[in-house]
Ligand binder design. Structure first.
Ligand code: NOJ
Ligand code: CA
Length: 722
């Protein structure tokens, strides 16, 4: 019977000229595949009858430079239609629809008899495809020397890009045509990134493109497991992008064993930029979580002993002595420098502040020994993650935090010494649990040990995923800084609340910083893969404010500043999605402006619904979100360096209900450069027919909270009219 079927398939293949096509359920996308005369499988994708990708290549070069991309015949193909929905543990919406058409093509290489399956899933907003290497006697252990996947685009699109790199994604975005992508043409930035290993004429994903026909196209990957990250080499004449995997020390890309499935390569597209941001395709391509109990996972807001080190008024290190040895130093006998921020008393102050203002967590960086020698030394044995500095009383702070109903957040900076972290992490997580910590922020500053490995290579990808699994085993929530950029794995590991993996707000403290357009690009690029711990909420915008408070290093004014207005810092809590949000500034900065701080206190971090109201990468973004299980809505609207007005229809509110809207806006005279801290706050009664007209300053923003009106509000607050 089987034989008859495959014979029929074979006849069909011959009849159809070795080509198959499927349409998305929306009918907007068409995927076409063909086996060409050399036996290579090519794929083409169109959207509303416009070509997105034409004859993209597939396949690999394996172990001994063996080609695994041609000389194939088609064994069979299968199609199916899938429709389901699922509820994330936390997220931007309560329920996620997962529907697609699937085409799975099984290929056999004639010369080797090896089997390769390519699975395509065509969603209503784009395509995902991956390679599957089934278990087989002719292919057991193998090395990926190169992945040949390519994306031949239909023209010289505009690209929002950061340079290809093996170790860092903390770049400013450049916006140029594909033909102009060039290492030397990237946005100017300080050379503060010490680890970069740039790839010529290549860019990183998520890559956002816009065609002359105004199609928005996004290329990325989903479910990066046991494989290196994909950069894209750009052919500036043909506009074909080719996968460039991050290698190991000897240039190999991945060591695999059958059965194995690669990550999904994704192409999202729409003529409406808002749809790209709302896409759930990358999440849908990830495996569901297997955790039975997720009640310990809590989206949350936190404050921390953090910004004071970045602005230079405190230090991570305890002593000014260097060349200390982790296991041989008697830390109690070391002379303190008097500026160590993570001391018991200061931590208590932060706990008090968190408790008073309703924050869940307090991050403390610099609590553990080793910071004297952590930076830029490529040193193996820097931290043990369990020994506090003499002025940090773990037990007393555990009790104090508990009495205030606040959780301390652990910090594990590995300084890139990952072998060290791997051998110590079980003990470190046990130490956390014993001392009342249930969330950890990890960090990977510096070059990776083992030497020759890169932040974005297979070895490190496995490390990050192992940390996600191990922290889940210990019921610990995770926030990773300097990891590979996310690919939707937070569906599989819902305890992995956030990553940094892009240029965060911290750069504004000590470098030329992030230009005003930066946060309008991030949602189309980095955040396509998952939530970001951007650390918004800086109120004291100009860093020269701190010069007089840095007596120890006499830093002269340097003009560094956050490149937004204060109101825009508030709006970022809505526009930059994360279930983990920091109120990143120093408590004093908030105490001086409690009225504006109220928005950070009120804003939710977990959502039933999200509406992208207007969006244009590099220019502006307005998003409204409904708090989980509540009738409260929050709006964030941001702009780039140009001011703008926006008319926000509140038609998402329940009809017939009245609400109080609090608008946190730029003052008339505000401007990110000259007057960034001028804001005004107004309250109005609104309903679902209200259209809020708001003005955003150059580099500005608006944040709005909308909550059901009480009878008192109805008496006291004026109706919105404009
Ligand atoms: C870089 C991280 O992004 C930052 O948040 C942290 O404070 C420093 N590394 C030190 O670990
Ligand atoms: Ca960082």
């Amino acid at each position: 019977m089987k034989k008859i079927f495959s014979t029929i398939s074979l006849i069909l293949i011959v009849m159809l000229g070795y080509s198959q096509s499927i349409q998305s359920l929306s009918k907007e996308f068409t995927l076409q595949t063909e086996l060409n005369s050399t036996g290579s499988l090519l794929y083409s994708l169109s959207y509303k009858n416009q070509n997105l990708v034409t004859k993209g290549r597939t396949g690999f070069v394996l172990s001994n430079n063996e080609n695994f991309n041609s000389n194939f015949s088609i064994v069979k193909w299968d199609t199916l239609t899938h429709r389901s929905s699922w509820q994330p543990v936390w997220g931007e919406v309560k329920e996620i629809k997962n529907q697609y058409r699937e085409l799975a093509i099984t290929l056999q290489q004639k010369s080797t008899n090896r089997i390769l399956l390519i699975r395509f899933r065509l969603f209503d907003d784009g395509l995902g495809f991956r390679y599957e290497f089934p278990q087989q006697s002719n292919l057991q252990h193998f090395v990926v020397k190169d992945e040949l996947t390519s994306f031949p685009l239909s023209g010289n699109h505009k690209a929002f890009w950061i340079p290809g790199d093996y170790d860092t994604n903390e770049y400013i975005y450049s916006t140029t045509l594909l033909s102009e992508i060039d290492e030397n043409n990237r946005s100017k930035q300080a050379d503060e990134i010490s680890t970069r290993v740039a790839i010529p004429n290549a860019v990183q994903t998520p890559l956002q493109l816009k065609s002359k026909e105004e199609l928005y196209i996004n290329i990325h990957e989903a479910a990066l497991v046991n494989y290196p990250a994909m950069n894209l080499e750009v052919n500036k004449q043909t506009f074909e992008l080719k996968a460039h995997l991050v290698p190991d020390a000897i240039g190999n890309k991945a060591y695999l064993q059958t059965p194995y499935n690669t990550p999904w390569r994704t192409i999202l597209a729409s003529d409406d930029a808002r749809e790209l941001i709302a896409s759930k395709t990358i999440l849908n391509l990830n495996e569901p979580s297997t955790l039975e109990n997720t009640s310990w996972i809590k989206p949350q807001k936190y404050v921390g002993i953090w910004w004071e080190m970045h602005v230079g008024t405190g230090t991570w290190h305890y002593s000014d002595q260097t060349n200390l040895q982790l296991d041989k130093t008697d830390w109690k006998s070391i002379k303190p420098n008097g500026r160590h921020a993570a001391n018991t008393q200061n931590t208590k102050r932060y706990i008090d502040f968190a408790a008073q203002h309703g924050f869940d967590g307090v991050l403390v960086e610099g609590w553990n020994v080793g910071w004297e020698d952590w930076f830029g030394q490529w040193k193996e044995n820097v931290f043990d993650f369990i020994t506090p500095y003499p002025d940090f009383d773990v037990k007393a702070l555990q009790e104090y935090a508990k009495s205030k109903n606040v959780k301390l957040i652990m910090h594990h900076e590995t300084s890139g010494s990952v072998t060290n972290y791997e051998r110590r992490m079980d003990e470190a997580y046990q130490f956390m649990k014993q001392n009342g910590y249930d969330a950890v922020k990890t960090g990977y500053v510096g070059k990776i040990i083992p030497r020759g490995e890169h932040h974005d290579g297979q070895w490190m990808v496995n490390h990050y995923n192992r940390v996600a699994q191990k922290t889940a085993d210990y019921q610990i929530m995770l926030d990773a800084h300097e990891p590979v950029r996310p690919t939707g794995l937070h569906r599989t590991y819902p305890n992995w609340l956030a990553c940094e993996a892009a240029r965060g707000n911290e750069f504004n403290a000590w470098s030329i910083g992030n230009p005003p357009e930066h946060e309008t690009i991030l949602p189309f690029t980095r955040l396509i893969g998952g939530p970001m711990d951007y650390t918004p909420g800086i109120f004291e915008i100009k860093m020269d404010y701190y010069v007089s408070q840095r007596p120890f290093n006499n830093q002269s004014p340097n003009g560094f500043q956050v490149h937004t207005t204060l109101a825009k810092q508030l709006a970022l809590y809505v526009t930059l999605y994360s279930p983990l949000q920091m109120a990143a500034d120093i408590p004093d900065a908030y105490k001086k402006r409690l009225d504006a701080f109220q928005f950070i206190k009120d804003v939710a971090v977990d959502w039933d619904d999200t509406r992208v109201i207007e969006a244009e990468p590099g220019d502006y973004l307005t998003i409204a979100r409904k708090a989980k299980g509540k009738d409260n809505w929050f709006i964030g609207a941001i702009t780039d360096e140009y001011k703008r007005t926006s008319a926000i229809k509140l038609d998402f509110l329940d009809k017939g209900k009245t609400y109080v809207a609090t608008l946190y806006q730029d003052a008339e005279t505000a401007d990110w450069k000259n007057n960034p801290m001028a804001y005004k706050i107004e309250k109005f009664i609104v309903n679902s027919s209200t259209i809020l007209k708001v003005n955003l300053a150059n580099g500005g923003g608006v944040a709005v909270s909308i909550m059901p009106a009480s009878t008192n509000d109805l008496k006291q607050v004026k109706k919105y009219k404009k």
